[in-house]
Design a protein around this ligand. Structure first.
Ligand SMILES: [Zn+2]
Length: 76
């Protein structure tokens, strides 16, 4: 499945991306650990079928957390 061959650093990065891509994440809506990757940066909860925008290969990214924190600040 992995088609990167050369360079230990690249192989590590690709392995991390693939494992975080196939992992299940906790749903922010219903709290169940059932969110799977639906497509590029699309994450869908298998229980309540809510769709979230996230990172390309992981459910939340550092930039995404910063922006959601900023949105919460503006809502006050
Ligand atoms: Zn859910």
């Amino acid at each position: 499945m992995r088609n990167v061959k050369y360079g230990a650093r690249l192989r590590k990065l690709v392995d991390a991306a693939i494992t975080s891509k196939n992992q299940k994440y906790e749903c922010p809506k219903c709290g169940k650990r059932n969110v799977k990757r639906r497509g590029n940066a699309q994450w869908e909860c298998q229980s309540c079928s809510a769709v979230f925008a996230g990172g390309a290969y992981s459910f939340s990214t550092g930039v995404g957390e910063v922006s959601s924190r900023m949105i919460k600040e503006y809502e006050k």
